[in-house]
Ligand binder design. Sequence first.
Ligand code: GLV
Ligand code: MG
Length: 338
Amino acid sequence: MRSPRSFFEPLAIGAPQPLRAIPPVPSRMIHFFDPGNPKMVTKLPSLATSVDVLLGNLEDAIESSRKDQARAALVDVACTTDLGTTSLWARVNALNSPWFIEDITRLVSEAGEQIDVLMVPKVEGPEDIEFVDRLVALLEARAGISRPLQLHAILETSRGVANVEAICMASPRMQGVSLGPADLAADRQMKTTAVGGGHPGYLVREDPPGGDVHAVRTTAQQDLWHYTLARMVDACRLAGIQPYYGPFGDIRDVVACEDQFRNAYVMGCVGAWSLHPVQIDIARRVFTPDEGQVAWARQVLAALADGSGAVMIDGKMQDDATFKQCANVVALADLISE
Ligand code: GLV
Ligand code: MG
């Protein structure tokens, strides 16, 4: 006779592992692909040689009628395609969608050892991440998966922005957060119609010379995403996780894409999404520290050997704080060149 325990063997979900000990890997470009598109899938092994992260997308941009096919195809890609050392991420559908439960169940149960990070869209508060964390823990335990999956949230609602600090700290599985400018613009009722980037109406005008409001004055377009990016970067650093700019939808406008990515890089982001192969090189160029800057940073580190005191180099004062900035630049350059 079976013992009552054998009917319900508690799953060993235990305490979450100290996931942040997972060594960081470069993630300058998170390149999106449609797993249900066989032409795109055939190109994955060669794409893998030029990108840091490949992400199979199941959410927006995949028609409702193709969700099941795309999910099955992503499991197949994960289990059968050799992507070398390139990370494989998956974007699941939103928690309140009819597809989420099937996405998470199948991806974790059938490809949980192959997928590195699950990107969760439209995260509104820490409770969303806590819920996904528990669900993933149960599925991992049931499937006997030894390597814990990491979670990545997309910040794309006003409520999500209001809760960003709590979201970042909601689980030790949290790997990072991306800004989702398209859905965020919709949720905030911004008067834009694009996926990321600027708007010609969002600008500042030089003060009138001598108070003459009729004088010709220069204008400069402003970064619509500055506030959210800055807040997101602070929240991520507070939690010890990585911040990313998300998508830039005007594929032809490589100049504005590069500007948007560079703003994010300078502000502290480590990468951005690439929606088209042309954006891969842009992201690589932007999110890899520039050689001149790395050489300068090494010079500062050498001049302040133990990181204390103050020295002048080329007329610029260097001290403990610039030492730390330079150490960040050098650490990133070293990580990328490994
Ligand atoms: C990304 O998902 C966005 O909405 O910008
Ligand atoms: Mg979105």
